[in-house]
Write a protein that binds this ligand. Structure first.
Ligand code: HEC
Ligand code: HEC
Length: 434
């Protein structure tokens, strides 16, 4: 049985992120940091990733949001950019739902008449975007490394399958995808030109911007990216857990019990993937290591595409990405953040579960009581993957590994404790809306 060692993972990720940062942090930013002018809940990574060629360098304290980001917010909320005229980014990534889905639907419907169902559940856009590492599959370089490094899995990138390395590339997908906003490059640019943001758009990108279609479409994506990287509403750090880390709140006895079960490497072991400790740079944790795993989530009949038994969403192996030759990745999806998870109504990439209790029971019972979770009395275990690929499902990492004792690692009361803890990850606006 392998227990993933979170300390080592944290160290490795921090090292990787720090390497990228060192390359990118500019002298003025460093000066600001040294002068103590910047709070460190985001650590260095936010400013580092936020420094894109062509974009403005910003820090939270030093400057307010850039004009590009303010424009980007307007575009994020603008439903005239869609073929239906009724769907914006915010329709699925609802600002009042921690930029996650506003409803319990496993997949949302888009297209010209909002009837075409998508394939995957909508993730929250809070917190992770500036700190998502670029896609990497760190191959071991020596035999010694292969023997000692057991966790070298694929990491990073945007989407459940990590297929986009930048937010401006990612933004083209929802604008153009048939099951989402279903527009075209030209239609998006014309909508901006006719819409309320036209003047601001010219001010930011130049008076002749609308005359150059490819450049104007790139500018739309760049503005959205700046919004995603800069807007404070995407990272309020207002949860009880954040305040507790800063010594400004006390966890109840139940929340503390839940936190230790979550962290306990011999039982819940959740923190081995959903990191719960501060980063080495003092940044507050995001509850993801950005790595990919095949958890074996049951097939979801609520997704219309699943009516075809030949259809399989294999994550890293497609259908939405097609560049991964290794079949051993099939079924893997990126570990999501658990911040604001208690305010969601759909869980996992396929939205199979609708309550946290079901998710936690699934984690601790999957291989003990397969008949509860999979069809044909549990014989069709890991039924969302074709039989030949079911061996990819993680059966070694706790709590997914079958416990020797034959009883789940958590009782129902302990599940209640963990849920109480997970609720401390809700931001203040989510708690208020509960
Ligand atoms: C119809 C619903 C819908 C709309 C509209 C939509 N999205 Fe998404 N978004 C999704 C889904 C579903 C995913 C997960 C996609 C996947 O993994 O393939 C996603 C993923 C993302 C991600 C990756 C998040 C991560 O952590 O990996 C970003 C960023 C994003 N969307 C931004 C946007 C922007 C910007 C817009 C508007 C231009 C937008 N979305 C419009 C449904 C939507
Ligand atoms: C081996 C790494 C790993 C471990 C250990 C792990 N998770 Fe996860 N978790 C993931 C991955 C990967 C996903 C997404 C899987 C998918 O959608 O197919 C996920 C998804 C989730 C989700 C759904 C979130 C959402 O937005 O849909 C919750 C809740 C969750 N995990 C809680 C936990 C808890 C609680 C534990 C401990 C009992 C735990 N996880 C242990 C990797 C892990």
């Amino acid at each position: 049985m392998t227990v993933r060692m979170s300390a080592r993972i944290t160290a490795r990720i921090t090292a990787r992120i720090t390497a990228r940062i060192t390359a990118r942090v500019t002298v003025p930013t460093l000066a600001l940091l040294l002068a103590g002018g910047v709070g460190c809940r985001d650590g260095f990574a936010m400013r580092a990733t936020a420094a894109r060629p062509g974009g403005q360098q910003t820090t939270r304290r030093a400057t307010a949001e850039s004009d590009t980001a303010i424009l980007g917010r307007a575009l994020f909320l603008d439903s005239t950019l869609s073929a239906s005229g009724r769907m914006s980014c915010a329709t699925c990534h609802s600002p009042s739902h921690a930029y996650g889905p506003p409803n319990a639907l496993a997949v949302q419907r888009g297209g010209a008449s909002l009837t075409i169902p998508g394939l995957r559940a909508v993730p929250s856009l809070r917190y992770t975007l500036p700190r998502t590492p670029i896609w990497a599959y760190p191959r071991s370089t020596s035999l010694a490394e292969r023997l000692t490094e057991t966790d070298n899995g694929p990491t990073g990138g945007f989407g459940w399958d990590g297929r986009f390395n930048t937010l401006h590339d990612q933004a083209a997908f929802p604008l153009l995808a048939a099951a989402e906003m279903a527009s075209s490059e030209a239609a998006v640019v014309h909508a901006v030109e006719r819409g309320p943001s036209a003047e601001q758009f010219r001010r930011v990108f130049g008076p002749s911007i609308f005359g150059d279609l490819p450049r104007a479409f790139a500018a739309v994506r760049q503005a959205i990216e700046r919004f995603e990287l800069e807007d404070p509403s995407l990272r309020p750090y207002s949860s009880k857990y954040d305040r507790w880390l800063d010594g400004q709140a006390t966890l109840t006895a139940q929340e503390r019990r839940g936190l230790s079960l979550f962290n306990d490497a011999t039982r819940g072991n959740c923190a081995s993937c959903h990191l719960s400790q501060r980063g080495a740079d003092g940044s507050h944790p995001l509850f993801t290591d950005f790595q990919f795993e095949a958890i074996g989530v049951p097939r979801n009949p609520e997704i219309p595409a699943n009516r075809d038994p030949r259809f399989h969403d294999l994550g890293l192996c497609g259908p939405l990405r097609a560049d991964q030759p290794s079949k051993s990745y099939c079924g893997m999806f990126k570990t999501p953040t658990l911040r604001n998870v208690a305010s969601r109504q759909v869980f996992f990439h396929n939205g199979r579960f609708h309550t946290l209790r079901e998710v936690l029971r699934f984690y601790v019972e999957r291989d003990l009581r397969p008949d509860e979770w999979y069809p044909h009395g549990g014989r069709d275990q890991y039924d969302d993957l074709p039989p030949a690929l079911r061996g990819n499902v993680d059966r070694k990492t706790l709590p997914l590994a079958r416990p020797a004792a034959g009883t789940p690692v958590w009782t129902d009361a302990e599940i209640d404790d963990v849920i109480a803890f997970l609720r401390t990850l809700d931001d203040a606006d989510q708690v208020a809306g509960r």
